[in-house]
Design a protein around this ligand. Structure first.
Ligand code: ADP
Ligand code: MG
Length: 603
């Protein structure tokens, strides 16, 4: 009886492996860029054509390869990164399976030019469907330049599964962004069909994020980080109000490698609960550094999934760290007002109506508290400390922070009730008060915008619209015109009566009452943006826009002196807002001057 088992020829084994490693042009991008990183380059140029289907080319200035290594690199299980099984547990490089180049070369026409910095002559290698077509000495720049042409040229069935160029390009951009984020110090560029999509200098993480996602993102980033023996975390999370409907800007990196981890994603989502509307996802860029021996990244061939030895603990650390940075940012739940314990006697007598709170939002709102407390207008005296088990610094005394305004100091013996908390008004612009950790400063005008915004946002739908005396005629760009015309109905629900005059012209006959848009053209621009952005819920953002515009128009000017009671009431109202520390358009309302900063000034 003859034996029937045979070894698969390498070329077939490689094609099978390719199915796992090379799912689409973006997988080639990922593998080649990771190889460039592993080769310690400081610059990577990515050049693609037709969504990567015709060409994916990566040029790096890394260490390069010798003639033999150049040839060897295409062998299966050829890797310079591990020599023995133990190395696997100490790896910090991107690749180590030694499969990528072999797999890619099995399903494409590959050209490699590479030279080590200390050798004069480089190698030029052509491989087509695993067959070496030619190898010769060449002159080329130091580093590696690899071209992957006509992906799946020899497996047409697979080629058919590729999506349109634009979809494939989108995947490529995603991979590019992941590498670009993980290595902000490396100069990177991406060119598609001759057009530069990105050209980014080496920089720090924040600049890199801005380079990739646009200037607007800068104002939404909150720093996030923690160091301990289990895992170090650094990076940025988005401000709650920048959370978006769709996924897209969520990035976890573990030891410099992008990772998908639904479990940790939930840790972040959980930290945002009650801070963002349901159905939205916050932006985050979180970099975890952890002992490679305590993770297993090799569970998935494309290596974007990871298993932690101690998953629960990592979860808790990520969670606590995000919560802490959000806490610092939203401030309110963190502010530990000075003498909170001392103020236990309600200051207001029952008939004192002068400063009955005007806002009926729950002022004790604490995003981290499991159960909201109701608002007692005289001020309840319970001062509850919520301390997160993992984060001893996070004191949230939701009532303490508010009770101070309405209570009198025990030590204040006079017969006339006196405001317990002292607020100081600085030139009608700032309100100062003391907190445990130092001095709290409130920007009065911005605070008022926040207070009014929170009030108006619930009333937008009920506001009457106001007829313009003379309907305004506006000429629009053709695209904007069609967007506006398509949405005339929804706009009219918000009190904007717009009619089509043809020839890209519209007439605006009414606007929401008191809505003072500086420029009708600007208004149209904003509307078009809101209507076409797939991430934006139009009705919500138009509400916000109207409420903000009203709030800005109605807010007090830049200098208005207030009396003590007035200030108390004002600060009450501010802290009744969900996000008291920033205006709806992202400007800072509150700052603190820490004690040690004060102390330093008296050295
Ligand atoms: P792996 O990265 O898992 O080792 P690859 O198939 O991606 O496997 O690469 C095989 C080997 O080829 C690498 O280990 C490395 O030695 C070499 N190599 C690949 N790309 C480059 C590059 N851009 N610069 C220098 N060496 C490279
Ligand atoms: Mg590799």
């Amino acid at each position: 009886m003859s034996d029937i088992i045979q070894l698969l020829p390498d070329s077939i084994a490689n094609q099978i492996a390719a199915g796992e490693v090379v799912q689409r042009p973006a997988s080639v991008v990922k593998e080649l860029m990771e190889n460039a990183i592993d080769a310690q380059c400081t610059s990577i140029q990515l050049i693609v054509k037709d969504g990567g289907k015709s060409l994916v080319q990566v040029i790096d200035n890394g260490v390069g390869m010798s003639e033999t290594d150049a040839r060897m690199s295409f062998e299966r299980h050829a890797t310079s990164k591990i020599r023995q099984a133990n190395d696997l547990f100490a790896l910090r490089t991107m690749g180590f399976r030694g499969e990528a180049l072999a797999s890619i070369a099995a399903v494409a026409e590959v050209e490699l030019r590479t030279r080590k910095h200390d050798s004069e002559i480089g190698s030029h290698l052509q491989i087509s469907g695993s067959n070496v077509v030619s190898q010769q000495a060449t002159t080329c720049t130091a580093g590696t330049n690899i071209e992957v042409n006509n992906l799946y040229f020899n497996t047409p069935a697979r080629r058919k599964f590729l999506k349109s160029d634009s979809v494939e390009l989108k995947h490529i951009i995603t991979e590019f962004q992941r590498v670009a984020l993980a290595y902000p110090e490396i100069e990177v560029s991406l060119t598609h069909n001759g057009i530069d999509l990105y050209r980014l200098q080496g920089s720090n993480l924040k600049q890199r994020i801005v380079g990739l996602f646009g200037k607007h993102i800068n104002q939404h980033l909150i720093e996030c980080g923690t160091r301990n023996t289990i895992v170090n975390i650094e990076g940025f999370v988005g401000k709650p109000e920048s959370a978006k409907k769709g996924a897209g800007e969520q990035f976890f990196f573990v030891n410099g490698r992008f990772m998908r981890n639904p479990f940790l994603h939930r840790a972040v989502m959980n930290a945002y609960s009650r801070l963002i509307p349901d159905g939205t996802i916050p932006t985050y860029f979180l970099f975890l550094d952890i002992d490679p021996a305590s993770i297993d990244v090799n569970i998935h061939p494309t290596k974007t999934e990871i298993k932690f030895e101690d998953e629960r603990t990592v979860w808790q650390i990520v969670h606590a760290s995000v919560r802490e940075s959000l806490g610092k940012f939203t401030l309110a739940p963190q502010i530990d007002f000075d003498n909170q314990v001392d103020f236990e006697i309600p200051y207001f007598s029952k008939n004192a109506s002068a400063s009955a709170p005007r806002v009926d939002i729950n002022p004790t709102f604490n995003p981290f508290e499991e159960e909201g407390r109701s608002f007692a207008s005289g001020g309840s005296t319970e001062a509850v400390q919520h301390t997160h088990p993992l984060s001893p610094d996070m004191h949230q005394s939701s009532n303490g922070q508010l009770s101070i305004q309405t209570f009198k100091s025990k030590g204040f013996g006079g017969s006339e009730p006196e405001p317990a908390m002292r607020f100081f008004n600085v030139k009608g612009r700032y309100i100062l008060t003391t907190i445990k950790s130092g001095v709290l400063v409130i920007h009065q005008q911005r605070a008022h915008v926040r207070i009014l915004f929170d009030k108006f946002i619930g009333e937008v739908d009920k506001m009457p619209s106001q007829k313009e005396l003379y309907p305004r005629t506006i000429e629009l760009k053709p695209h904007d015109h069609s967007v506006i015309i398509d949405n005339i109905d929804i706009l009219s629900q918000f009190g904007m009566e717009i009619s089509d005059l043809g020839h890209n012209t519209v007439s605006v006959s009414s606007l929401p009452a008191n809505l003072k848009f500086a420029e009708p053209a600007k208004l149209i621009d904003d509307l078009v943006l809101m209507l076409t952005d797939e991430y934006v819920d139009f009705t919500q953002s138009i509400r916000e826009k109207i409420a903000l515009s009203l709030a800005k128009a109605a807010a007090i000017g830049y200098s208005k002196s207030m009396g003590n009671l007035e200030m108390q009431d004002f600060v009450d109202s501010l802290f009744a807002c969900k996000l008291p520390s920033i205006t709806p358009d992202g400007k800072q309302i509150i700052t603190t001057i820490e004690m040690d900063e004060l102390d330093r000034r008296f050295k």
